[in-house]
Design a protein. Structure first.
Length: 170
């Protein structure tokens, strides 16, 4: 960990239907450590919070991280605090995930749609970094997508610029 600013680390979490993937990163995107743990089944919000709380010390035993960002499989509220619906997690409706984790971990926590996180990540550091416009499609337990236009995440006034595959359900 030579030359790593211990004051500028964050934890990124991808909350999926079958796995919770965690990473500890520098603010310039360098992954210092990563871990994958199974998503509890059934994925009751309190059990998922417990799995995340138990995994954090495994990737950040010294407690260097200053914040947590979580990509959730579905829309989040405008404040980035509530998982409105988690598509791959049964009975996840209006779960105050950021508040639940902050109460347990004492770290600022922010939520975003997982496909939007992936799109921004590809634009910032990945295959899309040479482009100002891109579309990213995610295929996993579910299907999602993100649109980057003129270097910015495309969002609408209604639940962002989500790419949907079924217009009859959230």
């Amino acid at each position: 960990m030579d030359n790593v600013d211990i004051k500028s680390q964050v934890i990124g979490i991808d909350l999926g239907g079958t796995a919770i993937k965690l990473g500890r990163f520098t603010t310039d995107g360098n992954c210092l450590q990563s871990l994958s743990v199974p998503t509890p089944q059934p994925a009751i919000p309190t059990d998922v919070v417990e799995a995340i709380v138990n995994a954090i010390p495994l990737i950040d035993p010294q407690g260097y991280s200053k914040a947590i960002g979580i990509g959730t499989p579905g829309p989040v509220d405008a404040t980035g605090r509530i998982a409105v619906v988690a598509i791959n997690l049964a009975n996840w409706h209006d779960v105050p995930l950021a508040d639940l984790l902050e109460a347990r971990l004492n770290l600022p926590t922010f939520l975003a749609n997982d496909a939007n996180c992936a799109g921004l990540g590809e634009y910032w550091l990945g295959a899309g970094k040479q482009f100002q416009n891109l579309i990213l499609i995610t295929l996993g337990t579910g299907v999602g997508g993100a649109i980057i236009l003129d270097g910015k995440l495309y969002r609408t006034s209604r639940r962002g610029g989500r790419i949907r595959t079924n217009y009859f359900k959230p």
